[in-house]
Design a protein around this ligand. Structure first.
Ligand code: AMP
Ligand code: TRP
Length: 325
């Protein structure tokens, strides 16, 4: 059984891109010896407010449970509760090069946005590689934006193994065929994101039904009026088609064939989103009412994760030449 691992940052509200690009697939894969991590340390690279990080971690954990992850089946935990993540990250920082890190697209984009570029933003993908390696992960279900980070992780595992002996499993990314990059409804050339301020272009997973319907109805399309799946020429329409296709496990071309007008397409996208998200929101509200139970689950998850992580960390530390304590 292939070991599965993935992570999500507790920054901002969970949005439909997180659901279709990642979380939904995590539920499907949860039986495969899976671990899912709320990566709070990664959220610190984004100038986050302390209270928001703390509350966000609990909210995201609740979101993971609400979409259908079962803590009896998979392991759900918070990254900072397992100290081996940062310990292994340091070892890997001494394996990666500055050139490799500074070439990462996400680093280049994010460092352009603010005037301060912190060290953590640069070394972010190394911590991600550590997250993955600690659990001998074979498969990492992520959205399209993580492909480059996954390539770097593979490179680091291979380099470490070549230099210090077989230590890490070389992981593979698992990216969904459709809706791997859900685009902003107001600017379909840009990825939908919980950290970018585009409230009208971002459908939050827990938006009320009328808000979802309004955002979808106002989605930017184009003027030629033909419902056709063409990501380059018709990014807005293609995005709506992919969302609907992903929700119904279809392909966007056959979905397109059913529609004559953008209005009909939008109505059905809104209905499908509302049908999927309403029960998730209801479970989330129930879970949020009992945070103590969620924290107990997270503590149990961290304990399980730590048992595995400490074995891998010790193996890596020994391979790289650290004296055993
Ligand atoms: P993040 O919120 O950046 O921690 O992302 C968590 C997961 O959601 C990662 O696997 C991302 O690739 C995925 N994700 C985030 N935004 C999108 C999007 N707009 N479309 C598809 N997947 C996404
Ligand atoms: N970098 C990922 C993102 O921005 C989050 C993440 C951190 C992650 N560690 C991970 C994803 C390990 C998969 C595996 O979405």
């Amino acid at each position: 059984m292939a070991r599965i691992f993935s992570g999500i940052k507790p920054s901002g509200q969970l949005q439909v891109g997180n659901y279709l690009g990642a979380m939904r697939n995590w539920v499907r894969e949860q039986n495969r010896d899976a671990l899912y991590c709320v990566v709070d340390l990664h959220a610190l690279t984004e100038d986050a407010d302390p209270a928001e990080v703390r509350h966000g971690s609990l909210e995201v954990a609740v979101g993971l449970l609400a979409v259908g992850l079962d803590p009896e089946v998979c392991t759900i935990f918070v990254q900072s509760h397992v100290p081996e993540h940062t310990r292994l990250s340091w070892l890997l920082e001494c394996v990666v090069t500055y050139g490799e890190l500074s070439r990462m697209t996400q680093f280049k984009d994010k460092s352009k946005r603010g005037d301060v570029v912190r060290g953590g933003l640069l070394t972010y993908p190394v911590l991600m590689a550590a997250d993955i390696f600690l659990y001998d992960t074979e498969v990492v279900p992520v959205g399209d934006d993580q492909r480059q980070h996954m390539e770097l992780a593979r490179l680091l595992a291979e380099r470490f193994n070549n230099r210090f002996g077989e230590t890490f499993v070389v992981p593979e990314a698992m990216v969904p065929t459709y809706a791997a990059r859900v685009m902003d409804l107001q600017d379909p050339t840009r990825k939908m994101s919980k950290s970018v301020l585009s409230p009208q272009g971002t459908v939050d997973m827990f938006d009320d039904a009328d808000v979802i319907a309004r955002k979808v109805r106002r989605a930017v399309t184009d003027t030629d009026g033909e419902v056709r799946w063409d990501r380059d020429a018709k990014p807005g329409v293609a995005n709506l088609l992919e969302i609907l296709a992903a929700l119904g496990d279809e392909d966007p071309k056959s979905v397109a064939a059913r529609y004559e007008t953008y209005g009909q397409l939008k109505d059905d996208v809104a209905t499908a989103l509302i049908e999927t998200l309403t029960p998730i929101k209801a479970r989330r509200d129930e879970l949020l009412a009992d945070p103590a139970t969620v924290r107990t689950l997270l503590a149990r998850g961290a304990e399980r994760a730590r048992e595995m992580a400490s074995v891998t960390y010790a193996r890596a530390a020994s391979a790289i030449g650290l004296l055993e304590p």
